[in-house]
Design a binder for this molecule. Structure first.
Ligand SMILES: Cc1cc2nc3c(=O)[nH]c(=O)nc-3n(C[C@H](O)[C@H](O)[C@H](O)COP(=O)(O)O)c2cc1C
Length: 329
């Protein structure tokens, strides 16, 4: 095949690094070859207390792989994704290989364009319902990447999950190692290339008991505000469990987030119950009939959120030399 224009890969990598990641740790590295890009887990950036097994980091890498692929597709390149991890190379999570040209669909162009407009929105949402057609669009987005979204109001799990969110938040508030790790990555000064700055935080809630953002993501300098009474919560699941399923779930999660952005919705995460063993086991049991739960999304209409920074592509990229013609790779 023809060698792709270098700037197409540059653009795809710029999209990849816009993926969400826990506390904006950006736990990825990319290796670029002649016709392929590898996404690798950067273990040095996995949260050792909140995410000791790298589960959330693999979700983030899956999201980065999705961004990379959708950008190539929107540019008219067929991109084949092979998801790993391979037991022999556990940190290689995905390989995206170019496979000729293919006209981009309107949906692919819309999703690629949403990559730069998607931001985690921790502010109060409006008490405005997400219409059934939009809910269905998010479900289809997850299904098309081999995942699943289940809405908690439909499964009857809203109350038990909301209680697990609060239970986990209480356990984490008493855990010094957890608090130290969170403090390291949040309330970052403007200009920090990673971590979560205060500008991305939400105001403190004016009433206790709402399913709002983590207390550590509140900006105490803002006046208290009323949060929505009962946000739409969606859990992203896969049939299987394990590292491969986590990367797949990350791709499905990202397609859901980008579809939501394209539909004018705001989104954020409620990961507290996934980050303490006891509440994670309860979540697993609660959804046992449906699949393996990976992440919990809060979805609704809101006012725009501020973007967070990223390290530059060059900081996370290794360029593999072109192979010598005739010599096997
Ligand atoms: C797996 C995962 C879990 C996350 N969990 C939370 C969370 O519990 N609370 C929160 O406010 N943000 C959470 N985030 C959002 C990140 O903090 C956010 O993606 C990061 O700061 C980058 O900002 P952006 O999403 O606006 O680009 C999570 C992101 C990922 C990928």
């Amino acid at each position: 095949m023809n060698r792709p224009l270098p700037d197409v890969f540059d653009q795809a990598l710029a999209s990849a690094v816009r993926a969400p990641s826990p506390h904006n740790t950006q736990p990825w590295r990319f290796v670029l070859g002649r016709d392929r890009a590898e996404v690798r887990l950067d273990r040095a950036r996995v949260l050792t207390v909140a995410d000791p097994h790298g589960r959330e980091a693999r979700l983030a890498c899956g999201a980065a792989a999705f961004n990379l692929q959708i950008c190539l597709r929107a540019n008219g390149l067929a991109a084949v994704v092979r998801l790993l991890p391979d037991p022999a190379e556990p940190d290689l999570v995905a390989v995206i290989r170019l496979d000729g040209n293919e006209k981009a669909t309107a949906v692919e162009r819309k999703l690629a364009e949403a990559v730069f407009r998607r931001h985690t929105n921790r502010r109060p949402l409006l008490d405005k319902e997400v219409p059934p057609a939009v809910r269905a669009a998010l479900e289809s987005a997850a299904l098309s990447e081999g995942g699943q979204v289940e809405y908690l109001d439909a499964t009857g799990c809203y109350t038990p999950v909301a209680s697990l969110v609060r239970q986990a938040e209480a356990l984490q508030a008493d855990d010094h190692a957890f608090k130290a790790e969170t403090a390291f990555w949040t309330h970052r000064a403007a200009g920090s290339p990673d971590g979560v700055p205060e500008t991305a935080s939400g105001p403190p809630p004016d009433a206790p008991g709402v399913v709002s953002m983590r207390a550590s993501h509140e900006n105490p300098r803002l006046p208290e505000r009323a949060y929505e009474r009962e946000p739409l919560l969606g859990v992203v699941l896969t049939r299987d469990r394990g590292p491969h399923a986590e990367v797949r779930a990350g791709m499905a999660m990202q397609r859901v987030l980008l579809t939501a952005t394209a539909e004018g919705l705001a989104t954020s995460f409620l990961s507290q119950p996934f980050e303490t063993p006891r509440t994670r086991e309860s979540l697993d049991r609660l959804f046992a009939g449906l699949g393996q739960p990976h992440t919990l999304l809060r979805i609704g209409y809101g006012y725009p959120a501020r973007p967070t920074a990223r390290r530059s592509v060059e900081d996370v990229l290794t360029r593999r030399d072109d192979p010598v013609p005739g010599r096997p790779r």
